[in-house]
Design a binder for this molecule. Structure first.
Ligand code: PMP
Length: 435
């Protein structure tokens, strides 16, 4: 079955498929951190549906919530009508949001994907401000539809100005730390304020508190607060994309809690649907200039996703899984950081909570920009680590600069024992590649 399924799907499916190329497995069963393939092999899954599975695969509370809706006879498709299931989801979501944001917030159900919510957010701030341009950051990922794609560095006709995202390892100013972050902030200020920059006042700014697809780059909280000041002073709505960072992933329920900022708009998807497709945009009430029908869509009322999402949000909140993600993530970084000293091909190890990245570099390549600066990205080494991990029964994802960063996004429910197994297999894979 395993070989036949792989063969038929590769013959018929688009070449655009991503994960399938690197992960020749045919999942047939899954529970928690574990996936079982059609060939009977078992894997520890640190990809987790690209960070969607906060509670891992098939968590009992999620299954029970979905079954309850199925057994109740409730309609499964209701467009955007009000239902008890939607009421429960909205109530639970607002309970988790930063109170100062939640008290003045409206919610728009989009869907089914994160990119749909990004589009809705862009459209909303354009309607609210009457302006059209957007500000986004180098290395950002917001989705694959036209507007979101443009903000991610793709090529469309939506005007997006790109600004430097702060980072230590490949700091565009070569200094890193708070100083590098401050220089990035000043760049943004001067772009907005210099009439010669040619960038008119934008409709909004969109940022990720931790860049995920961009290679796991956590923004310093000081920088995030500076972006809040800069946008507020110029009445530019600040859109925070928490599609990947939300629901405990970074060690706080929402990553904006680390910096304490209050965004104008939050874009949420992935884990909020408890593994089923769900995406929403939540925003300050005075931005709600939309007339009925201004933003429509057939699949905005997925009752199963809302029920799975309610169960997930409540479980993460009640079981303190954000704190747990902070603790386990710190332990992982502590164990993985020494790999950078031990192996020349490990350029950097970084992360926040359970978003962890290991950047592979070419030890022979020229350092840049300073003689002791980072070496060139080594995508082939990262792919080799991914392959070695798979051989050891561990699924990891790649991201970042030319896919040179090995990424871990384990479920927040990962046990201490499972954490040790993941770390052992990963360290072993890195060592095998360096040998
Ligand atoms: N924003 C961020 C931060 C993401 O990580 C992603 C997906 N990886 C998206 C938006 C797009 O979500 P989707 O793939 O569901 O369209």
């Amino acid at each position: 079955a395993h070989e036949g399924i792989l063969r038929r799907q590769s013959a018929r499916e688009s070449a655009a498929r991503t994960y399938a190329r690197a992960l020749p497995i045919v999942p047939v069963r899954a529970r928690g951190l574990t996936i079982e393939g059609a060939d009977g092999r078992r894997y520890l899954d640190c990809l987790s549906g690209a960070g969607t599975l906060a509670l891992g695969h098939n968590h009992p509370v999620v299954l029970e919530a979905v079954r309850k809706v199925l057994d109740s006879g409730a309609p499964l498709h209701v467009l955007d009508l009000a239902t008890p299931v939607k009421d429960a989801f909205t109530t639970e979501l607002f309970r988790t949001l930063p109170p100062r944001f939640a008290e003045r917030a409206r919610i728009q159900f989009c869907g089914p994907a994160g990119t749909d919510a990004v589009e809705a957010a862009f459209k909303l701030v354009r309607a609210a401000t009457g302006r059209s341009g957007m500000l986004a950051f180098t290395g950002a990922y917001h989705g694959m539809t036209a507007g979101a794609l443009e903000a991610s560095g793709g090529a469309t006709d939506v005007r997006v100005a790109r600004l430097p995202y702060p980072q230590d390892y490949r700091c565009p100013f070569g200094v890193g730390g708070d100083h590098g972050a401050e220089l990035a902030a000043r760049w943004t200020e001067s772009l907005l304020d210099d009439p010669k920059s040619g960038v008119p006042l934008p409709a909004g700014m969109i940022l990720e508190p931790v860049q995920g697809e961009g290679g796991v780059i956590p923004a310093p909280d000081t920088w995030t607060r500076r972006m809040r000041e800069i946008t507020r002073a110029r009445s530019v709505p600040l859109i925070v994309d928490e599609v990947q960072t939300g629901v405990g992933r970074t060690g706080a329920f929402w990553a904006v809690e680390h910096s304490g900022i209050t965004p104008d708009v939050m874009v949420l998807s992935k884990a909020i649907g408890g593994s089923l497709p769900l995406a929403v945009v939540v925003y300050r009430d005075d931005l709600d200039v939309w007339r009925p029908g201004a933003h429509a869509g057939t699949f905005r009322g997925n009752q199963l996703a809302m029920a799975a999402g309610t169960a997930t949000l409540a479980y993460v909140r009640e079981h303190g899984l954000a704190e747990r993600a902070a603790t386990v993530g710190a332990r992982m970084l502590e164990r993985l950081r020494p790999l950078a000293a031990e192996f020349d091909c490990v350029g950097d190890v970084r992360g926040r909570g359970l978003m962890i990245g290991i950047e592979l570099v070419d030890p022979e390549g020229p350092p840049h920009p300073a003689p002791d600066g980072p070496r060139p990205a080594a995508p082939e080494l990262a792919a080799a680590v991914q392959r070695e991990c798979l051989r050891r029964g561990l699924i990891v994802e790649l991201g970042g600069r030319r896919s040179s960063v090995v990424r871990l996004l384990p479920p927040l429910t990962i046990s201490d024992e499972q954490t040790s197994a993941v770390l052992d297999r990963l360290a072993d894979a890195v060592s095998a590649v360096s040998a």
